[in-house]
Design a protein around this ligand. Structure first.
Ligand code: SF4
Ligand code: SF4
Length: 392
């Protein structure tokens, strides 16, 4: 039942396709044939596409570069040489080392690029202190976009933080103010529109996201805000077996590129920041800019949706407050996604250990029965136990 319901939501969220593109994917032969033809499809020459981010005037390629898990600066340098314009980092990534690496990799291109970073600071002073550290670490006088990092509700976008962005703008330290959100995206976007002080929203959005987020994105676009999409590959889960390489699997199933194309097909998205770790991923993502979202892609994503259903938390918030032990389920499952989906165990552990001790100390294996049933089919207690075993 959950499977059909989720598939319907996925299909409903798909941008209009010919009727033939909505065929059922339960026919495995048909699906396999679609996968084979996608794999055999000739590679079209990569042509960059450009859009302007909302009312900022910043013109960027529709595939930009999410640097969060990149550790090889030569991939970032190559992207800039290829013509990618926008690079995104954050104060908190890799304990601050990510900003340093990004700054070093991009220093010879800086004036032609759009660089963004983020702060978790909770007060005006904390956020502004973070900004100064970011500028110093990146080695730049200004950020093009400075995000309030990972807000989960409108209330978290406080007047104090908005004031910090206005102060930074007046001082010439940032050009545009943004807010990023993985959870409660519709609420955060609503606050961003209504406060009138946010230029850009950075939103977790992919083929598995609740359609209400797509509606909120459309409203942001209509209001003139720039919309940048992140988490575009729905956790990046691959069917990796021992001895297999992630990229070989990515090529075989085609899901990550299909997922990126699905997001690019939404006219309300200005650009995307997929995480990129190596040259092959860079090339594949770059090519996605000029590729059409096809019926074969849709079938691949429907199959991928079935695969990730028990694993991937969509951060919908429906289980918020339901655990009697007070576990923030979505936050823990996001940490686990970094390990199981992206293959980034150190990042997953770092994020997990940032959670309060009363959260990291809980063991679901000692619970007499889980009170949480995920409407999206995530095997919640099983996944939490894995997170606790792997990351605590
Ligand atoms: S576990 Fe399920 S209900 Fe809870 S936030 Fe994730 S998707 Fe939503
Ligand atoms: S199993 Fe874990 S998530 Fe479920 S109710 Fe118990 S402590 Fe909470």
């Amino acid at each position: 039942m959950k499977s059909d319901s989720s598939r319907r939501r996925f299909l409903a969220a798909s941008v209009a396709l010919p009727a033939a593109g909505l065929a059922k994917t339960s026919n495995i032969a048909e699906t396999n044939s679609a996968l084979a033809s996608a794999a055999a499809a000739p590679v079209s020459p990569a042509k960059p596409r450009y859009k302007t981010i909302g009312r900022t005037g910043l013109k960027v390629t529709t595939v930009s570069f999410g640097c969060m898990i990149t550790s090889d600066p030569s991939v970032i340098e190559r992207a800039a040489d290829m013509g990618v314009i926008h690079f995104d980092t954050a104060r908190g990534y890799q304990g601050g080392n990510n900003e340093r690496m990004v700054g070093n990799a991009l220093k010879s291109h800086r004036k032609n690029l759009v660089v963004s970073s983020k702060s978790h600071g909770g007060t005006t002073q904390q956020a502004l202190a973070d900004l100064d550290t970011s500028l110093q670490t990146i080695g730049t006088d200004y950020l093009d976009i400075w995000y309030l990092h990972a807000k989960n509700s409108g209330d978290e976008v406080t007047d104090q933080l908005l004031e910090a962005q206005q102060i930074a703008k007046k001082a010439g330290k940032i050009r545009f103010a943004g807010v990023s959100t993985h959870k409660g995206q519709d609420l955060v976007i609503d606050r961003a529109i209504k406060c009138g002080k946010i230029d850009v929203v950075l939103v977790g959005y992919n083929f598995a996201t609740d359609p209400k987020v797509g509606d909120a994105i459309a409203a942001a676009h209509k209001a003139g805000l720039g919309v940048v999409a992140m988490k575009v590959m729905a956790g990046g889960f691959r069917r990796i077996k021992p001895g297999e390489k992630a990229y070989a699997i990515m090529k075989r199933d085609g899901a990550p590129v299909a997922a990126l194309k699905w997001v690019l097909n939404n006219p309300n998205i200005d650009t995307t920041i997929p995480s990129i770790t190596d040259m092959e991923q860079l090339d594949e993502n770059y090519k996605a800019m000029s590729a059409k979202f096809t019926e074969a892609d849709e079938k691949i994503l429907a199959q991928q949706l079935d695969y990730i259903r028990p694993l991937y938390c969509r951060q919908c918030g429906a289980c918020e407050g339901k655990c009697p032990q007070g576990l923030p389920v979505a936050d823990i499952l996001r940490c686990l996604m970094y390990a199981d989906g992206y293959g980034e165990y150190p990042l997953a552990r770092e994020r997990f250990l940032e959670l309060p001790g009363e959260v990291t100390g809980v063991r679901c294996s000692e619970c007499s029965g889980c009170t949480i049933e995920c409407p999206n089919g995530v095997h919640v207690s099983e996944r939490l136990m894995r997170a606790q075993e792997l990351l605590a």
